[in-house]
Ligand binder design. Structure first.
Ligand code: BES
Ligand code: MN
Ligand code: ZN
Length: 498
């Protein structure tokens, strides 16, 4: 992907495709007017006749218009001007890219003007363009044997961008490109099946990052080393699997030597059968995505290294497979966590919190400025927030809100849920310090409350990405979320944001 900005004049732009947007209730923008003049008013005539798409979601490809220097013009409808939002703009750009990529265009002049709130923030405009174009070029890493069409090289030229904003726009584009690269990694790892993407595979990926980026130091603990750490909860999850667990620590020392790091902790259940509390077969294949928290951490470390952010960041990944083997943990088994607290495992399908509690305890050794765990933790989160928004909670409202704001800026939203003391009471056990489940009610929050017992004294936030990390159905696949949110948070913390 290559990017340029262009002051104005669409009629003289060198490109093989121009994408414009048209509102149904508003005159053409100055950019489009200038183009239309060169076309002898053709666009205006088509609009008057009702032949131009103007409703959101509609698009039309016009070829070889007389007077045009560009062989292709893609028109996308933007709907009513008053309702035009960032989301509408993103959808319009994506749908234009969908049309463009079905043609042989290699150089696109993008002239779909963003709403003011984005136009006024050129850094985020640049990020959005990079992320949208990059993700339009993404090819699923499937294992189909037919030869794949090669992704075209696409250069995007943003029309109407000039003046003071261009430097910020370009910086946003560069950051967005790094984020998009991380999203590719995250999506690819998620899409890989459980028989390929095992705990050892994740560890190999981490090592790979370590050899690609000089700033990254990677350490991998094998099962014996994990046992020496006393991670009894993590081992209880892994017990039923023939795949050995791995615990991964990646350090990026980009900031001052003694500065407290941000620690990211990822749930890396490479396949979640539920264990002895076996899941229904329905959509069990999708539990290959149960390592997307881990993927988010690896991807975030890649972005931090790629951008050489001047901040210290540590990525921790607990990687296990949750299987119902003959050595598997039984409901009712009691184990001891690395923190020393005993846990009664009443449901082996509530395994994410078990591996995270040991990883969160491990985070303490870094004396972190903040700890953020990322996990496909509960079906209850999907019930609460659907597939649109990531659940965020923790013991530090300021940190949680910092993440919410990062998500708002990056168009990768999260919403804070209330993690008050009452929820922890649902985790009472007759036989251990706590049970690993708290009943159906408020399930997304009781999972957070469980983690909260291991993060006392830390500034900690938990992100439940069960609804946002992948989509089901015909378009089944990883989404790359919540990397835009996480990257924005880290870029801001490093003082490199807009
Ligand atoms: N990985 C699942 C959560 C999940 C389920 C994410 C469906 C996305 C879609 C997690 O390990 C799990 O099984 N959670 C249980 C917890 C329950 C047993 C308390 C759940 O949500 O049902
Ligand atoms: Mn589970
Ligand atoms: Zn799980």
């Amino acid at each position: 992907m290559h990017f340029e900005s262009l002051p104005s004049s669409l009629s003289r732009v060198r490109a093989d495709c121009i994408a414009i947007g048209v509102h149904d209730d508003e005159a053409f923008s100055p950019l489009v007017l200038e183009l239309d003049k060169a076309l002898g008013g053709k666009l205006k005539a088509l609009k008057t006749r009702g032949d131009l798409p103007t409703r959101a979601g509609e698009s039309l490809l016009l070829l070889d218009l007389p007077g045009a220097r560009t062989p292709r013009i893609v028109v996308v409808g933007l709907g009513a001007a008053a309702n035009f939002s960032r989301r509408g703009w993103r959808k319009a750009v994506s749908s234009a890219l969908g049309v463009v990529l079905r043609t042989l265009s290699a150089r696109l002049a993008l002239a779909i003007e963003p709403p003011a709130e984005l136009a006024e923030r050129p850094y985020y405009l640049g990020r959005a363009i990079a992320e949208l174009t990059h993700s339009a070029l993404y090819r699923t890493n499937d294992l189909k044997t037919a030869r794949k069409p090669r992704a075209p090289a696409l250069a995007a030229v943003l029309a109407g961008s000039a003046g003071a904003g261009v430097a910020a726009l370009r910086r946003g584009f560069d950051h967005g490109s790094a984020v998009a690269g991380g999203m590719d990694l995250l999506r690819n790892l998620g899409n890989l099946p459980g028989n390929i993407c095992t705990p050892r595979y994740l560890a190999a990926q981490a090592k790979q990052l370590g050899s690609t980026y000089r700033s990254l130091k990677v350490k991998v603990l094998d099962e014996a080393a994990i046992r020496r750490q006393g991670m009894g909860c993590l081992l209880a999850v892994s017990a039923g699997s023939a795949q050995p667990p791995r615990f991964i620590a990646i350090e990026h020392r980009g900031g001052k030597a003694g500065a407290a790091p941000v620690v990211l902790v990822g749930k890396g259940v490479t396949f979640d059968t539920g264990g002895i509390s076996l899941k229904d077969p329905g959509a069990m294949d999708e539990m290959k995505y149960d390592m997307c928290g881990a993927g988010s951490v690896l991807a975030a470390m890649q972005v931090v290294a790629e951008l050489r952010l001047p901040i210290n960041v540590v990525g921790l990944v607990a990687a296990v497979e949750n299987m119902p083997g003959s050595r598997a943990t039984r409901p009712g088994d009691i184990v001891t966590s690395a923190a020393g607290l005993s846990v009664e495992i009443l449901n082996t399908d509530a395994e994410g919190r078990l591996i995270l509690c040991d990883a969160l305890h491990y985070a303490r050794r870094y004396k972190p400025a903040a700890v953020i765990d990322i996990a496909t933790l509960t079906g209850a989160c999907v019930i609460a927030l659907g597939h649109h928004i990531t659940g965020i909670m923790g013991n530090d409202d300021a940190l949680a809100q910092e993440l919410v704001q990062a998500g708002n800026r990056a168009d990768d939203r999260g919403w804070q849920l209330p993690l008050t003391d009452e929820y922890a009471e649902q985790l009472k056990s007759n036989f251990a310090d706590m049970a690993n489940i708290g009943g159906r009610d408020g399930g997304v929050i009781t999972a957070g409350a469980f983690l909260g017992k291991f993060t006392k004294g830390l500034s900690w936030a938990h992100m439940d990405i069960a609804g946002t990390a992948w989509v089901s159905g015909a378009q089944k696949g990883g989404t790359g979320r919540p990397l835009p949110l996480l990257a924005d948070f880290l870029i801001q913390r490093a003082g490199r944001g807009a």
